[in-house]
Write a protein that binds this ligand. Structure first.
Ligand code: A3P
Length: 345
């Protein structure tokens, strides 16, 4: 009798369990496919106006699925053909600035269903050896995407490399260019911190930031120091402006992207003529990391690697003041040229 009751109970539990698992799976599939059942995602402007019916809105989770597998090389040519996938040259490039938040910007834009990111920094335009391989080599480095999607790559070295503006212009004179900047002194310290970490990893010693940033002979800011030079944004931008009109650039406030990413991303969506699709749901603050992380759907979320968001060494306040004073006129010029005032000290 007892045995019969136990068997009956086990059977009941099994049925209930399967029901619960089934419902959960349904819920997951349903939420994951919500984007797909929403009607259409129009892309207008430079990327070519399309009729609404032409643009199938891809689910965010889909990007984590098939396209992700393609990126890893896990899918066949047949599947590429079947899904009408192509490797497209970028329609927008994050050209810099190093340590401005270029990775965060790329990853966050990739939340948009119409954007596909090139995961690696390609270094096509700044590296002569790569550039000599030709544009087809570059295109083949791009991820698979649907023809209606736009590909974005980021290589921060582009911003400061002499030859790059002309080379990009030759590829596409109407390309959209994104520059993410941070307060110049903070950016320089972040740049230094990255190099310092590399040295420490190799058990090498390195100079203090103060020693590199200030010329010991003149006690003035050392403009030969690369981390300082990179932060003179206006100097680099002026070289770009010989090839592209200012309307083709969009300045992203990297400091605001850290604390308040959504409004910055919405400005980029607008600049790229994309329908607003990134929402607060896609970004959540992770107190342990101290940064916003990305949520694709109820299953997939991710934070940036630990190499993003390093603790900076303490820097002598008088050096910080000197650097800020040094950057000030260049910043004013930068605001004037770009039309974006960032209220840096
Ligand atoms: P720090 O390491 O100085 O904090 P890049 O990707 O261009 O190398 O920029 C790195 C910077 O991105 C980091 O600099 C960090 O502050 C910033 N960042 C912006 N948003 C971030 C995010 N959500 N997660 C981690 N780092 C972020």
């Amino acid at each position: 009798m007892l045995f019969k009751q136990q068997a009956w109970l086990r059977q009941k539990l099994l049925v209930l369990g399967s029901l619960a698992v089934g419902s959960l799976l349904y819920l997951v599939a349903r939420v994951g496919s919500l984007d797909r059942v929403q009607p259409i995602c129009p892309i207008e402007g430079r990327f070519g106006a399309r009729s609404q019916a032409e643009f199938p809105l891809r689910a965010l989770q889909f990007k984590r699925g098939l396209l992700h597998e393609f990126r890893k090389g896990n899918t066949s040519k047949e599947q590429v053909r079947l899904h009408d996938l192509v490797q497209q040259l970028p329609k927008a490039i994050i050209i810099g600035v190093r340590k401005g938040g270029t990775r965060a910007l790329l990853e966050m834009l990739n939340l948009h269903p119409a954007v596909v990111k090139a995961s690696q920094e390609i270094h096509f335009f700044d590296n002569d050896e790569n550039y000599a391989k030709g544009i087809e080599w570059y295109r083949k480095k791009m991820p698979f995407s649907y023809p209606q999607q736009i590909t974005i790559e980021k290589s921060p070295a582009y911003f400061i490399t002499e030859e790059v503006p002309e080379r990009i212009y030759k590829m596409n004179s109407s390309i959209k260019l994104l520059i993410i900047v941070r307060e110049p002194t903070t950016r320089a310290i972040s740049d230094y911190t990255q190099v310092l970490e590399g040295k420490e990893r190799k058990n090498k010693t390195y100079y203090k930031f103060e020693k590199l940033a200030i010329d010991p002979n003149t006690c003035e800011v050392n403009t030969k120091y690369k981390a300082v030079r990179t932060s003179i944004y206006t100097k680099h931008l002026e070289r770009w402006l010989k090839y592209f009109p200012i309307e083709q650039f969009h300045i992203v406030d990297g400091d605001r992207l850290i604390t308040e990413p959504l409004p910055e991303l919405q400005l980029v969506e607008k600049f790229l003529n994309l329908p607003p699709r990134i929402s607060q749901y896609n970004l959540y603050f992770n107190a342990t990391r101290g940064f916003y992380c990305l949520r694709f759907n109820i299953i997939f979320n991710k934070c940036l690697a630990g190499s993003k968001g390093r603790i900076h060494p303490e820097v002598d306040p008088s050096v910080i003041t000197k650097l800020r004073k040094f950057f000030h006129p260049f910043n004013q010029k930068f605001y004037q040229i770009t039309g974006r005032t960032l209220n840096w000290p």
